[in-house]
Design a binder for this molecule. Structure first.
Ligand code: HEM
Ligand SMILES: [Ca+2]
Length: 735
């Protein structure tokens, strides 16, 4: 198939996989020359698959070496670049890095095989990919780990990395798993190339969409939700998913000239770069002469069986809502976070402060944006911990809760050792996180009656809904599009409030990215920050965002920053998320044939905006189209986003064997214990773990006539979880 006209195939290959790899063309030529097919042979032979894999491996390795070489020649993010902050959080552990490299090899192999097969027959690229989905093709040379997960032990407690939750499919939901999908991906070549419009032309730029759709009006404050509700949402996100960007062995990848003046020339561009272009008439960036925002593709993961096929991105944390942001998603980090005494997590004490603080990270300047080394920078189970002070404060609250629970358990059962105390405290805190999320946070944000109707929130004391056929893995479109709509509720300020009745301070969010110093300005700072988040308004859930995130994200000391909404749109494309129309269809709405068909869900002026930006209704990105839908009653979301978000939280509950209210499992809580756990609330977490003494009963909602403040000692208003049911008979060590 490569004997005639294959030079043009290589042009395609290079533009899709490694656009600037022309230097390696000769290597590929040699490799391809060895391909010959006879009429009698089947279209995809074992030899052909092996050759494609060998060739794909070669290509991927050359691309990697080229990336490293570019860095050695000075194409790298400099130490004070704000784009570097975007890379602060994600670092890939060794095993994940290996998996990502294998995935790049498999993707290149798939591309080569596709080109080979399609140019040699009348098979279309899409038919080829459907064939691969239905009859997995796996190169013999590949060695896959996940298939060999073994599950020893009684399994009373969750593993750290999520393996063995599902005994039939022990790899489901694990750290490092590929995201799952509910629609066909929209890659231009069906495999990995960035999507284009129906006509084949480029889609509208992500920044143009962000500026025209999301930033065209100032964001309004919510009249119902407190900033704490937004913060819990981000914590839930960080528990369930983390995509990380590709890096070279030397560090973050640079795609723009240092000061954002332009995209790097092709010859200097890493093939994982997908920079966000800024137009000359940009309402904000034009005054700073910025034309390029650094952006890099997400790390991909091989399929569980290492077969060929389209790209699937890697979830680097456990998909379960299992406290992994607090405890870590891998045993090594989990062990580092433990004090190994009394079942406690490591904490640091501060002069004149009663409560503990998260431990300090080893290399503060590598992950925080500090002025000097005396400022705090924390270590937690999730490496995005230092992104904002309110996120760090919520982590601290949970750390304190774990240690509080461990201390009480230790008093109740003095013979329990560190391991038993730790695992039981972890089990209780994870149950509290699940309860607060499913009974308090989800209903408030997405509508109580809807969630009950679709059995997303459990209704009776125990539930018997665990289903081992339900994959708890995070759906790609949930993480790379739908749930990111909640970026619209990020307020532009952080509030600290000395005490009820005293004047509160508002701090600009953009002055505090990657610097959690606000927690420790004075001995009362932590309490002031927690009190402030219960009093500050979240943003309204409408398609308008704060400039603090659309112009000034991670700005550090610069006059401009990144644009989170543009990043969300670009990320959706990077992950090949299906179009808005694809999702309308699977969510039970009519597929629109023209823009006007959207009128049932989207107002006329917003349809006009979409039509002015996109060539064709099929081109509309999921996040952009769905964000413009009228919200459902009681929910922040319109029908399409609601469908994706609800599907995810259904899977997260029903696909988790350890979900806190599952009955009839060896690890189920007793009825007395479960009744206590169901008293957990955000307000009680605050009361038990901070110096805040008065708080509204429903802390995710602002204080109001129907949600007055109560003293923390008012246990009928803010019930406490009584841990007495965990007391075991004196001589029973472990059950
Ligand atoms: C101050 C508040 C927040 C900031 C600064 C922030 C920032 C970010 C950043 C920088 C990313 C990565 C973008 C990329 O590279 O693609 C991200 C991803 C994401 N955010 Fe937020 N976010 C905030 C709040 C929230 C909230 C409240 C939610 C939901 C309730 C949320 C949901 C998500 C989701 C689902 C992702 C994708 C995560 C992943 O794939 O790793 N974020 N956010
Ligand atoms: Ca998790």
């Amino acid at each position: 198939c490569f004997s005639s006209g294959w030079e043009t195939l290589f042009e395609d290959l290079f533009s899709d996989l490694c656009p600037i790899l022309s230097s390696t063309a000769s290597t590929i030529n040699d490799l391809m020359d060895s391909y010959t097919l006879t009429e009698e042979e089947p279209l995809i032979t074992k030899e052909l698959v092996s050759e494609s894999f060998r060739c794909g491996r070669e290509l991927a390795r050359e691309a990697k070496q080229r990336g490293n070489k570019l860095v050695r020649h000075g194409v790298s993010l400099d130490a004070c670049s704000l784009s570097l902050l975007h890379f602060f959080s994600p670092t890939l552990p060794g095993d994940a890095k290996k998996a990502s490299e294998l995935s790049n090899e498999l993707l290149s192999a798939t591309k080569i095989l596709q080109m080979k097969v399609c140019s040699n027959s009348d098979v279309t690229p899409n038919t080829f990919l459907s064939f691969l989905e239905h009859s997995p093709v796996r190169p013999r040379e590949v060695h896959c780990k996940p298939v060999s997960v073994s599950c020893p032990g009684s399994g009373k407690y969750r593993s750290y990395d999520g393996t063995c939750n599902n005994l039939l499919h022990p790899a489901w939901g694990r750290r490092g798993a590929p995201f799952t999908r509910i629609t066909t991906p929209r890659y231009a070549d069906g495999i990995y190339a960035m999507p284009v419009s129906r006509s084949g032309r480029a889609l509208p730029g992500a920044r143009v969409l962000s500026a025209r759709v999301f930033a065209q009006r100032p964001a309004a404050p919510s009249q119902l939700h407190s900033a704490l509700s937004m913060q819990w949402g981000q914590l839930v996100t960080h528990d369930m998913l983390a995509q990380v960007m590709e890096t070279t062995d030397e560090g973050g990848i640079q795609c723009c000239l240092g000061d954002g003046r332009d995209v790097l020339p092709q010859s200097m561009l890493n093939d994982k770069c997908i920079p966000i272009c800024v137009t000359e008439d940009d309402p904000f960036y034009q005054q700073h002469g910025v034309k390029c925002l650094n952006f890099v593709r997400s790390v991909t993961a091989p399929r569980d069986d290492c077969s060929l096929g389209h790209a699937e991105q890697m979830n680097t944390v456990t998909s379960f809502l299992d406290g992994s942001a607090l405890y870590g998603s891998d045993p090594k980090l989990a062990s580092k976070l433990r004090s190994k005494c009394g079942g406690r997590l490591k904490e640091e004490t501060r002069k004149n402060c009663k409560g503990g603080f998260l431990p300090s990270v080893d290399d503060k300047f590598a992950v925080c944006d500090l002025r000097n080394s005396s400022e705090p920078c924390y270590l937690a189970g999730d490496n995005r911990i230092n992104q904002t002070p309110t996120l760090a404060a919520l982590h601290t609250l949970l750390l304190r809760e774990h240690n509080r629970v461990a201390d009480i358990l230790s008093d109740l059962n003095p013979l329990w050792n560190d391991e038993k105390l730790f695992q039981e405290a972890r089990r209780i805190v994870v149950a509290e996180i699940q309860h607060i999320t499913y009974q308090e946070w989800l209903p408030l944000n997405f509508g109580e009656s809807y969630l009950r109707y679709y059995r997303i929130s459990p209704t009776s004391l125990y539930s018997r809904d665990y289903n081992e056929e339900v994959n708890p893995g995070v759906i790609n479109s949930f993480g790379a599009a739908a749930f990111r709509y909640m970026h619209t509720v990020v307020p532009d300020t952080i509030m600290t409030c000395p005490a009820a009745g005293q004047a509160a301070y508002l701090h600009k969010l953009s002055d505090h990215y990657f610097n959690p110093g606000l927690l420790e300005v004075s001995p009362d700072s932590f309490d002031e920050l927690i009190r402030g988040s219960t009093m500050n308004h979240a943003g309204e859930a409408d398609p308008h965002c704060s400039p603090e995130i659309t112009n000034l994200l991670f700005k550090s000391r610069n006059p401009w920053g990144l644009d989170l909404l543009a990043m969300d749109i670009q990320r959706g494309r990077d992950h090949g998320i299906g179009s808005y129309n694809d999702f309308r269809e699977i969510c039970g709405l009519q597929r629109a044939k023209c823009f006007q068909d959207l009128a049932g869900e989207i107002s006329q002026d917003r349809i006009g905006t979409l039509a002015s930006l996109y060539e064709c209704v099929d081109d509309v990105d999921l996040l952009v189209g769905a964000a413009l839908e009228r919200p459902l009653v009681g929910s922040a979301l319109g029908p399409t986003l609601q469908c994706v978000v609800a599907e995810q939280f259904y899977r997260t509950r029903v696909g988790d064997r350890y979900f806190y209210d599952n009955s009839e499992m060896p690890h189920s809580f007793t009825p007395e214990q479960l009744k206590e756990l169901k008293k957990a609330s955000m307000a009680r977490l605050i009361c038990d773990n901070s110096g805040v003494r008065r708080v509204q009963r429903r802390a995710f909602e602002l204080e109001g006539a129907a949600n007055g403040r109560h003293g923390c000692d008012d246990y009928s208003a803010i019930p406490a979880v009584d841990l007495t049911p965990w007391k075991r008979p004196k001589f029973e060590l472990y059950d």
